[in-house]
Design a protein around this ligand. Structure first.
Ligand code: FAD
Length: 224
């Protein structure tokens, strides 16, 4: 049974080192909260959350990574960077996380696991003549601007299967498609492909019940 305290008792407990747990939603928290209060929205299951990602940062764009670090801190999410799940025991509900930077392994128990396999091209693409030898995932080689294949000028690649230095999203495809269509028509008429994809993509991470994080930007990595 929760006990109500008045403001004076609250301030005294806070001054004595008490921890404030704010159970409202992120939008309400952002609108105003007790300094140092830890956000644990009732809509988010209580418990330990561990985020394991192979990258050296939470996001490729440093400014965004900093925002996401704050979001994780707010939720109390433990982050393991440069790490991957390398083994799983479903019966024991345990998994092994390998920290590739430190060369250490850690066993974590779980109740709920959300595992995402590494992205790669389909095998028939990976082993085919269009695959980019520079792409370990076997994506199709393409000029980052014209999207034309370097060895097969009659071929253009767009979407997730293209080896482009930008994040793979539907938003990126939307901007790549007009360039491919124009360039394909040009090449079919014997002309040079002059239409350019500018590297646009959009990755909107949802960080709570309130979409407080603006998601659209020019590119995760903009082609030079
Ligand atoms: C969980 C999730 C959330 C996402 N959210 C967003 C978002 O909010 N905004 C955004 O912009 N992007 C988002 N994306 C990314 C977006 O879905 C992809 O970038 C986009 O779908 C890529 O389109 P594509 O046509 O290149 O590839 P796909 O959509 O993968 O289409 C390829 C198609 O080819 C078919 N295929 C494969 N092999 C063969 C074959 N041999 N013969 C015939 N057909 C074949 C496949 O079945 C598939 O239908 C999200 C992706 C995921 C997984």
């Amino acid at each position: 049974m929760a006990r109500e305290v008045d403001l004076e008792a609250f301030a005294a407990a806070l001054a004595a080192g008490g921890v404030v747990v704010d159970v409202r939603e992120p939008g309400e928290y952002l609108a105003g909260h007790v300094p140092g209060a830890r956000l644990m929205p009732l809509s988010v299951p209580a418990g330990r959350i561990v985020l394991v990602i192979p990258d050296p940062a939470l996001f490729e764009v440093p400014a965004w990574s900093e925002v996401l670090e704050k979001v994780d801190a707010r939720y109390g999410t433990e982050v393991r960077l440069r790490s991957e799940m390398t083994a799983i025991d479903g019966d024991a509900r345990e998994l092994t996380v390998t920290d590739h930077a430190a060369g250490t392994k850690e066993t974590l128990a779980y109740d709920l696991l959300h595992a995402v396999p590494p992205q790669s091209a389909p095998d028939w693409v990976k082993t085919g003549p269009l695959a980019d030898p520079a792409s370990p995932q076997g994506f199709i080689a393409a000029d980052r601007r014209t999207l034309q294949h370097p060895r097969h000028p009659e071929v253009f690649a767009l979407g997730d299967v293209a080896n482009l230095p930008t994040s793979k999203t539907g938003a990126a495809v939307r901007k790549q498609a007009p360039a491919v269509a124009a360039n394909l028509l040009a090449v079919m008429k014997g002309a040079e492909p002059t239409s350019r994809y500018d590297g646009y993509t959009s990755c909107p991470p949802v960080t709570g019940g309130h979409p407080a994080f603006p998601g659209t930007f020019r590119a995760c990595v903009t082609p030079a």
